[in-house]
Design a protein around this ligand. Structure first.
Ligand SMILES: Nc1ncnc2c1ncn2[C@@H]1O[C@H](COP(=O)(O)OP(=O)(O)OP(=O)(O)O)[C@@H](O)[C@H]1O
Ligand SMILES: [Mg+2]
Length: 324
């Protein structure tokens, strides 16, 4: 397994109290595999990603438990300089907003080239050639001329391609893309997503794709992890989940996808709100909103049940859920 996150726990200490943002996340990604991470706003998707990348805000953040096994090593046990090396060359992250992630006062050619100068000891000239090659690779028209341009001179879609190029530069084994297309126009979204999926296959990388777009998930993901209140409530191969979810929260998410054949009908929405992370309800965190909840759900935290091959559910009543 390329990456295995085991029982990861992260909290934030704030003036108002301790927010338990990540409460025992378990998920795994293999080389050449795309894992989509779904879940409502605030469920801990980005915080988990930041912990894996080693870019968590500490303080106020604190990793209080768990393991992050990457190519067999526990990243949480590495020294900071080893960690930095992994982050630069072996895993990379793509963010929603390229404009705030790219350096505004460096040309894109210099930013891309810098990766090769710093990590590969290349000359400036060779690094520049590499930058042009990468810009071609992510299909930026007239790459040779545009390599001297600055980030703000590119459209949103093109900037996102440049960020993909930055992430790919050192051919990492793992890429984490945190809502990489959310800020783009719908038509551009599809093109950028297609490009990312194509490169992921070609380079045989592991990809963790955080997204709200269930349409994208069906097209590009191999597996899905559904997060709720800082925990993975269900993890499964894509087709299994679409066929029959094994957690009522997953069912709620799937039922809230707009469908073309139901135009005009009111969209189903999961009732209620996600919990306050300073006061997560006892038992199953989803119980106050769950149509299936019973007494045990209000008292006992569900373990991760093995539902099938590499498939888990954190619902006491997963069998009932599976059978519809
Ligand atoms: N820097 C921080 N300081 C304090 N609390 C934080 C910080 N970053 C995150 N949190 C807490 O962690 C929770 C989870 O945040 P996270 O960004 O992982 O959510 P998310 O699932 O990525 O949501 P979204 O879909 O909106 O991006 C937040 O609700 C917040 O309470
Ligand atoms: Mg997020």
């Amino acid at each position: 397994m390329l990456l295995e996150v085991r029982d990861l726990q992260v909290e934030f200490r704030t003036r108002d109290g301790v927010a338990k943002a990540v409460n025992g996340v378990d998920y795994a990604v293999d080389a050449g595999e795309t894992l989509a991470v779904l879940g409502e706003s605030g469920s801990g998707k980005s915080v988990t990603a930041q912990a894996i990348m080693g870019i968590l805000d500490m303080p106020p953040g604190r990793i209080t438990g768990g393991e992050i096994l990457f190519q067999g090593r526990d990243l949480l046990k590495l020294k900071e300089d080893e960690r930095r090396r992994v982050r630069g060359a072996e895993m990379a992250m793509i963010f929603q907003d390229a404009l705030s992630s790219l350096n505004p006062v460096l040309s894109v050619g210099d930013q891309l080239g810098e990766m090769f100068v710093v990590h590969r000891g290349m000359s400036k000239k060779d690094a520049r050639a590499k930058a042009v090659e990468l810009m071609d690779r992510v299909r930026i028209p007239a790459a040779r001329e545009r390599v001297k341009d600055y980030p703000h001179q590119f459209s949103g879609g093109m900037r996102q391609r440049i960020m993909i190029a930055m992430a790919l530069a050192l051919e990492p084994a793992l890429i984490i893309a945190d809502e990489p297309t959310t800020a783009l126009d719908v038509t551009v979204q599809a093109q950028v997503m297609e490009l990312l999926a194509e490169l992921q296959r070609e380079y045989h990388m592991g990809l963790i794709l955080i997204t709200h777009d269930l349409g994208v998930v069906a097209d590009v993901a191999d597996r899905i992890a559904v997060m709720y209140a800082g925990r993975i409530v269900e993890q499964a191969p894509v087709h299994d989940i679409y066929k029959a979810p094994a957690h009522p929260y997953t069912r709620g998410l799937l039922d809230s996808i707009p469908r073309l054949d139901q135009k005009g009908q009111e969209l189903y929405a999961i009732k209620g709100l996600p919990p306050n992370l300073m006061h997560i309800p006892p038992g199953c965190a989803f119980n106050p909103r769950c149509p299936m909840a019973r007494d045990v759900c209000r008292t006992d935290v569900p373990p991760l049940y093995e539902v099938g091959d590499r498939r888990t559910s954190a619902c006491h009543f997963w069998t009932e859920c599976l059978n519809g």
